[in-house]
Design a protein around this ligand. Structure first.
Ligand code: SAH
Length: 344
């Protein structure tokens, strides 16, 4: 519930408005997990809330810790859908990667989540709750978080096929007396749902954008990411161009490119990619090269580190900034493309 929805609920209960503030803070700032713990509320009200409302809608069923410190959480919704969330620590900064859907309807050929198909989209509450659960696990219930938390909407699902709930979650998480994770600390990744890229561009106070490209020509992208048949590269690039016009001072947006050995990693591919990006101000875009993370069910190999380095170099020689991402939590199936509700 947003703050306004909570207020409405308390008004219906015949309670004063400040109860909404108390409960909002208890859930999102103190991260309490039961009404009974809210001892600043009258006992009667706590009982009424417990009878008529829920805070906990997700249950952690497994938790894995990687040798690199990454944590992967496998959770279930009340209707038994799987939700996965990843905590990625790195020098004084935390990143939480959350899921927007249980499973995913897109059929990207190199992604394990795709094999699940779409089970359903998550509610705003289920999106926010992933963050509450992870922060409580890492730092303890009600404990302060020692440094800022960045969020990436790069877990299971296509966030832009769940746009309204996603944005509602972003608003709730940004509240100063709640989690207070502002949109500027959030990046949403899309496989290229063109109309929603335009919607995001129009949104005041919006999160950052990453676009998963992975192929620089339609023939290959049609094959790797079938959503390209609906929104081909040209349309994607014109939406991206509109998005570029909405960037704030110093802001950049990202193209992600999964490096698939012998498939999209030649110098020729790098040249095509640089050519595609030529329409943008090169100070406004960057490319994240993601080494492919394998799984038994996937037919692709990762590009060799030498190939990735040469590809990056080639982009750089044309003025395109590219960064090679280090996979995190591969040993626990927590890396990009590996979330598939799989118990290890
Ligand atoms: N559906 C959104 C959100 C998922 S983000 C999107 O496609 O952007 C997950 C990122 O991981 C995407 O950039 C995706 O292309 C990438 N990815 C998928 N499978 C992968 C794999 N096996 N190895 C590395 N990256 C992968």
């Amino acid at each position: 519930m947003t703050r306004a929805e909570l207020e409405e609920m308390f008004l219906e209960f015949g309670e004063p408005r400040y109860r909404a503030d108390q409960v909002f803070r208890a859930i999102h700032q103190r991260r309490l997990r039961a009404f009974d713990e809210m001892t600043d509320l009258p006992k009667k009200l706590r009982q009424k809330l417990a009878a008529e409302a829920d805070i906990e809608r997700l249950t952690v069923t497994s938790r894995y810790v990687s040798e690199d410190g990454t944590r992967r959480y496998l959770m279930r919704t009340v209707d038994q859908r799987p939700v996965e969330t990843v905590f990625i620590p790195s020098e004084g900064r935390d990143t939480i990667c959350f899921s927007s859907q249980a499973g995913c309807p897109l059929k990207c050929d190199f992604c394990l989540t795709a094999k699940l198909g779409l089970l359903r989209s998550l509610t705003a509450g289920e999106i926010v709750e992933q963050i509450l659960i992870v922060l409580n696990d890492v730092y303890g219930v009600a404990a302060e978080t020692p440094h800022g938390t960045n969020l990436v909407g790069m877990g299971a699902g296509e966030p832009f096929l769940n746009f309204d709930e996603l944005i509602k979650a972003v608003r709730i998480m940004g509240e100063p007396d709640g989690l207070h994770i502002v949109p500027n600390r959030i990046t949403i990744s899309t496989a290229g749902i063109v109309p929603r890229i335009r919607d995001l561009a129009l949104l005041p106070d919006r999160p950052h954008l990453a676009i998963s490209l992975t192929a620089a020509n339609d023939e290959l992208r049609d094959r790797l990411m079938p959503i390209n048949r609906k929104y081909p590269i040209n349309e994607l690039m014109s939406a991206a161009k509109e998005f570029e016009a909405s960037l704030r001072r110093g802001e950049r947006f990202t193209f992600e490119y999964v490096m698939l050995g012998g498939v999209n990693d030649s110098d020729r591919d790098a040249d095509r990619l640089a050519e595609l990006l030529d329409r943008f101000q090169l100070s406004r875009v960057k490319v994240n090269l993601i080494p492919h993370n394998g799984a038994d069910q996937l037919d692709y190999a990762a590009s060799t580190p030498e190939r990735v380095a040469a590809f990056k170099q080639r982009l750089g020689s044309k003025g395109v900034d590219a960064y090679v991402r280090t996979p995190r939590g591969r040993d626990i199936f927590a890396a990009c493309g590996q979330l598939a509700a799989k118990a290890i």
